[in-house]
Design a protein around this ligand. Structure first.
Ligand SMILES: Cc1cc2nc3c(=O)[nH]c(=O)nc-3n(C[C@H](O)[C@H](O)[C@H](O)COP(=O)(O)OP(=O)(O)OC[C@H]3O[C@@H](n4cnc5c(N)ncnc54)[C@H](O)[C@@H]3O)c2cc1C
Length: 449
């Protein structure tokens, strides 16, 4: 052991939750230490679209998050405005609110500028940010978390802190934990996230007496191109099939539909991960292709034609003037051609007849796929942020197996579970709201001392 450092607030993880908490505590005069595993701060937040959003109404919040903790949803919804105010306080560009998906509303903002402002706030208040550093375990004294040993290339430092925040971004980057908690074939998912988000916060929290949240299997992600020949942050958005997956239909390798594809793309990604070989066959016709090719992602500059992206980048993509000719091609990828043809014909005839007995059902975008040419693109799940995590209360305090707070320990962002359940109502908002709550506690602790 080389050094000892006393700080008011120890923050593990320099992404959205960690930097929000660190900046809020620093602006109140606290000495903060941020420990970041990567050589740079920012995490998934700086790879994101930078839209701070949540559901448009409380009714939609409840409807779109089946399996999520009602008390956490309430906090994330009620304190969205506080999080927006905090972004504005940073002085970065925050746009007026615009719709997001069919149920959300939120603000595009300058995420890079915001993270840089947070870092400056920490340093200006006499705090530190160490990059490329690790924490092996938390120090616990009489049941309370009192700091940690931080290791970097200069050696080990014992950090003493009355309050610690776990904000290491969940476990999207851990195939083993995805397989353990999310789906039997979870290890086949792509990490559409900062690869360093490997469940370290969960491991550290459990070591200090924390419990896991219920409903560990939820995640936000997208249906991605398959196979992904190139893979990295540039492809996270470029390879996303989003709109095509919701407008068309999806079959598994047995040639069967397995979900209401029209709900949302993140739910399609969750269902694909449960299918044989964790692959899905996205089907659409020329009418949908034109709609998709003309549709612009909210924060992208140019519309994306998912078929053209898959075809030109070596993904499995096929087109033909008849469904039978199309399925003759997709049989080479392992999809049952005869059953696929029967499924599409049955789907089209029931939609044409306005038959409500479709199984699985189809709530939105009820349109027969009838205008040739027809298109098939293979898809797989990309996991952006896991929804299960450490059990927390509505103040963001980490709880043990008996639902008692572990003294001195908070969790925020994707380390905290479980607010979204099977749905998704904005990861940046959840991270910012609970980051601010962790800062509130750190400030109160410091003032009481
Ligand atoms: C392509 C893409 C687009 C997205 N678009 C949006 C969007 O528009 N709106 C939205 O709401 N959400 C979006 N998201 C999701 C959003 O980015 C995440 O929900 C959010 O960043 C989660 O915040 P976090 O602080 O939990 O994790 P992160 O922001 O990932 O931060 C976690 C940090 O912890 C670090 N870390 C990991 N392990 C350790 C350790 N042991 N010690 C120290 N540090 C560690 C990581 O390196 C990282 O810097 C998007 C994500 C991606 C990838």
């Amino acid at each position: 052991m080389t050094d000892t450092l006393d700080v008011d607030f120890l923050v593990l993880g320099g992404g959205m939750a960690g930097m929000t908490a660190a900046s809020a505590a620093a602006c109140a005069g606290l000495r903060v230490l941020v420990v970041e595993k990567n050589p740079q701060i920012g995490g998934s937040a700086v790879l994101s679209g930078g839209k701070l959003w949540t559901a448009r109404s409380w009714e939609l919040m409840e409807q779109e998050t089946p399996g999520g903790d009602p008390a956490l949803k309430r906090v994330a919804f009620d304190q969205h405005a506080r999080a927006v105010d905090w972004l504005r306080r940073s002085g970065v560009a925050v746009d007026a609110a615009t719709p997001h998906l069919h149920y959300g509303l939120g603000h595009n903002f300058d995420i890079h500028g915001y993270i840089a402002w947070c870092a400056a706030a920490v340093i200006d208040a006499g705090g530190h940010i160490v990059r490329g550093a690790q924490v092996d375990h938390l120090d616990v004294d009489a049941g309370a978390v009192v700091g940690a040993v931080v290791s970097d290339r200069d050696g080990d430092t014992r950090v003493r802190a009355p309050r610690t925040l776990l904000a290491t971004g969940g476990f999207a980057g851990s195939p083993a934990l995805l397989e353990c908690f999310v789906a039997a074939r979870g290890a086949k998912a792509l990490a559409r996230a900062n690869p360093a988000n490997r469940g370290d916060g969960l491991r550290l929290g459990i070591g200090a007496g924390a419990a896991l949240s219920p409903f560990m299997k939820g995640f936000y992600g997208h249906v991605m191109q398959s196979p992904a020949l190139k893979w990295g942050p540039r492809e996270f958005r470029y390879y996303t099939h989003g709109i095509a997956s919701v407008a068309g239909i999806i079959l598994n390798k047995a040639g069967e539909r397995f979900c209401d594809e029209s709900l949302e793309d993140h739910q399609n990604a969750q269902r694909i991960l449960e299918q044989p070989d964790a692959k899905g066959l996205l089907l659409f016709d020329q009418a949908i292709r034109e709609q998709v090719a003309q549709t612009q992602w909210p924060d992208d500059n140019a519309p994306t034609d998912v078929f053209e992206v898959a075809r030109s980048e070596g993904g499995h993509a096929a087109s033909a003037d008849s469904w039978a000719a199309l399925f003759a091609q997709t049989a080479d990828w392992g999809f049952d051609a005869a059953q696929a043809l029967a499924t599409v014909e049955d789907y089209n005839s029931r939609i044409d007849a306005d038959d409500d007995r479709l199984t699985p059902p189809r709530i939105r975008a009820r349109r027969a796929l009838s205008r040739p040419p027809f298109f098939a693109v293979e898809g797989q799940a990309g996991v952006t942020a896991t929804h299960g995590g450490l059990r927390i209360d509505p103040q963001g305090r980490v709880l043990d197996a008996f639902a008692r707070p572990v003294p001195g320990l908070h969790a925020a962002g994707a380390d905290a579970g479980n607010m979204h359940g099977e749905g998704y109502v904005g990861g940046l908002n959840f991270a910012a709201v609970f980051g601010l709550l962790a800062a509130d506690h750190a400030i109160a602790t410091a003032r009481a001392a």
